[in-house]
Structures are given as C-alpha cells and as structure tokens.
Write a protein that binds this ligand. Sequence first.
Ligand SMILES: [Mg+2]
Length: 93
Amino acid sequence: MTIIPDSIKNRLIVLEDIAKERIRQEELHPEDLDLLMQLVVLNEEVGELSQALQAHYKLPGSKRSDKSDLYEEAIHVSASAARFAEKVLNNEN
Ligand SMILES: [Mg+2]
C-alpha cells in the first residue's frame, strides 16, 4: 500500500478544484473570448485574489471577511490561466 503525503493529497485536491472551476466557467461563460479578453478576465480574478489576501491579513480598507475567499479566488485565477493556456495550445487567438 502506498502512502500519499498530505502535500501531494492537497495538490490533487487543488488540481481537481481547478478542473471543476474550468467546467463551471464554460457553463457560465461559454462565449469564445480572444486572448486579450481572457487576459482581462485573468487580471480581474487576480484583483479579486488581491482583495481576498488584503482581507486575510486584515489590511486597512479591505472589503471582505470570508477567509474561504482566499482559496476560492486562487482557484479562479488558476482556472482562468488554464483557460488561457488551453486557447494557446489550440492555436487560437
Ligand atoms: Mg473570482
């Protein structure tokens, strides 16, 4: 029996959550955005992750208090970057 370290288990959980978020993205936003618009979406998600991090550290002016946002927004950023990479691999622009 192979024992899987917790760090690898967490990596698999993250990758699975990114894959689930990619499916959710396609369902919510099936429109085919070009790379420039996908970069806009990715930057928006990075902004939301930044806000969640500000709240995590309770920095002045932070707007959010839900700590789970930090993980959720990191998944959004990762899924948006994955969508971008998929489009590049598909030779689309
Ligand atoms: Mg988000």
